[in-house]
Design a protein around this ligand. Structure first.
Ligand code: MN3
Length: 196
């Protein structure tokens, strides 16, 4: 059963003015779609055929199959990323994530500054993640290219894609502006659902 491009959890104009429909046409409709197609082409008629996505990602990494790791991890990362945003999102976190941010960062303001800084300064292409580690602590994890918390045995809580293709249509080269706008749409409900 090949992988398929998931529908966005909202309409393409739902996150305006943070992101335009054109950004979703390209980012979801072309970039994410291309990772899915390439992953399926690489998997066809191999032992990976029929394996769950998470397993393909960890096995491809262990076997040094970079092409397969990159395309399947990017499929997973983007599927996760769309859910990290919501037209009803933004504002201050609540529930478990609010308690943990207070405990591990001393407050939402401090956390927001540190996360924004990590996302803005990540060199080249990649993703800034908030993850939950084996010590049961929150961790800001800037990862390059297709790298993903799965590969580090950490639970992903939320992420922002800072590849240029994520923001260039709406923000040109101004990555910090894009990061600033992200806080208005963060789906804290989704974040709280990630704790196992
Ligand atoms: Mn992307």
């Amino acid at each position: 059963m090949p992988f398929s491009l998931p529908d966005l959890p909202y309409t393409k104009d739902a996150l305006k003015p943070f992101l335009s429909e054109e950004t979703f046409d390209y980012h979801h409709g072309k970039h994410h779609a291309a990772y899915v197609t390439k992953a399926n082409n690489l998997i066809e008629n191999t032992d990976y055929d029929g394996m769950p996505l998470e397993e393909v990602i960890t096995r491809a990494a262990a076997q040094g199959n970079t092409g397969l790791f990159n395309n399947t991890a990017q499929h997973w990362n983007h599927s996760f990323f769309w859910n990290c945003m919501s037209p009803d999102g933004g504002g201050e976190p609540d529930g478990r994530i609010a308690t943990l941010i207070e405990r591990d960062f001393g407050g939402f303001k401090e956390f927001k500054e540190q996360f924004s800084q990590a996302a803005a300064t990540l060199f080249g292409s990649g993703w800034a993640w908030l993850a939950y580690n084996a010590e049961e602590k929150l961790e800001i994890l800037p990862l390059s290219n297709a790298d993903t918390p799965l590969h580090h045995n950490k639970t992903a809580l939320f992420t922002i894609d800072v590849w240029e293709h994520a923001y260039y249509i709406d923000y040109r080269n101004a990555r910090p502006k894009f990061i600033e706008g992200f806080w208005d749409v963060v789906n804290w409900k989704w974040v709280n659902q990630q704790f196992k």
